[in-house]
Design a protein around this ligand. Sequence first.
Ligand code: NI
Length: 167
Amino acid sequence: MPVLPILEYPDERLRTKASEVTNVDDSMRLLIDNMFETMYEAPGIGLAATQVNVHQRLIVIDVSDDRSEPHVFINPQLKLLEGEITHEEGCLSVPGQYENVDRVEFIEVTALDRNGREFTLTASGLLSVCIQHECDHLDGKLFVDYLSNLKRQRIRKKLLKSQRARG
Ligand code: NI
């Protein structure tokens, strides 16, 4: 299966607001499989369609150590419940950069699975952080947006430099 190219910050396409998925069909399932492949290969624990330049509301996640907990969320609807959690986040679109971000700890998410069936999941800890991070991507938001301007500019410069070095 092809591994899809991942957009990197500050690419403006990462700022696109994704559209609702209207049809969960075989082409969507192929995209899901390719996104998992891309995420595992990277390696990462979550990937939003936005990051592979597909602007539809779809994310894939697996926070396990052994690729045993794949989650697909299509048209995810987040309910932020309670609590606070601070976790050091990274992002495949912001390679090599890790910073603490404050999030809500307990969440509930309703979405469609790869067969177009609706389900609801409650999450906490790393899974919750990851779901919130990936849902942000669908609205064109990145974890660097939670940082100070100074930190964000520093990361921007670093990444532009390494992108230029790679040509
Ligand atoms: Ni990310």
